[in-house]
Every structure is written in structure tokens, then in C-alpha cells.
Design a protein around this ligand. Sequence first.
Ligand code: HEC
Length: 100
Amino acid sequence: MKKSILALSLSLGLMSLVQADALEDRYNRTCAVCHASGAAGAPRTGDVATWDKRLQEKGMDVLVANAKNGIRAMPPKGMCFDCSDEDFKALIEYMAKPKS
Ligand code: HEC
């Protein structure tokens, strides 16, 4: 019994690691092209103040919609053509976090 609980928590731990890796990988292939450097006025990854301001003024739903549809110099979908709404939300949360 104890063993199976251990195995379960181990595999759950591994799963979230894999998911975090996949997110980072996706970020690096798409959003990072502009958001890592702040090219063309893109809010920079890890710039918590700038992201917080946008999140407070517009809210997550509007940010997801603008990422999907594009806004000014930001192209529609930000190069992530297979991203779902959930993926955009996760990517925005990733960029809005302080960089570790
Ligand atoms: C080709 C460059 C480019 C890429 C790639 C890109 N962005 Fe952007 N993004 C921008 C620019 C430029 C802005 C600033 C737009 C403005 O407010 O004028 C921006 C702004 C945003 C905003 C704020 C929108 C708002 O309403 O304030 C979000 C959210 C966003 N990007 C999400 C993403 C996500 C998620 C990805 C990856 C899937 C991504 N971007 C990829 C250039 C890019």
C-alpha cells in the first residue's frame, strides 16, 4: 500500500515536471522571439510590473484574445499556431512571473 502511494506521488511529480518543460520549450520556440528581448515594444518576460499592469487593466481573457488575434506589432497567435486558449493563458502566466 505504502509503495503504491509512493509510486503515485512520484509519477505525479514527474508529470508536472514534464508539463513545465513542455511549456518552457513552447515558449522558447514562439513567444520568446519577441518577448525575451522586448522587441517592437513587447512586454518583456519576467517584467512583472508591466505584465501586472496589463493584467489589471485588461484582464486575462482580453490578453488571451489579443494574443490570439494579434495587437499592433504582435502577430496573431504569436507564432504558436497550435496553441489553445489554455496554452496562451499558461504562456502569459509564464511570462508574467519573475524570471528565476
Ligand atoms: C513577432 C513578435 C511577437 C511574438 C512572436 C509574440 N509577441 Fe506578444 N507581443 C508582441 C508585441 C510587439 C506586443 C506589444 C503590443 C502592443 O501593446 O503594442 C505584444 C504583446 C503581447 C501581449 C499583451 C497584449 C495586450 O493586450 O496588452 C500578450 C498577452 C502577448 N503579447 C502574448 C504573446 C504570446 C502568448 C506569445 C507566444 C505564443 C507571443 N505574445 C508572441 C510581439 C510578439
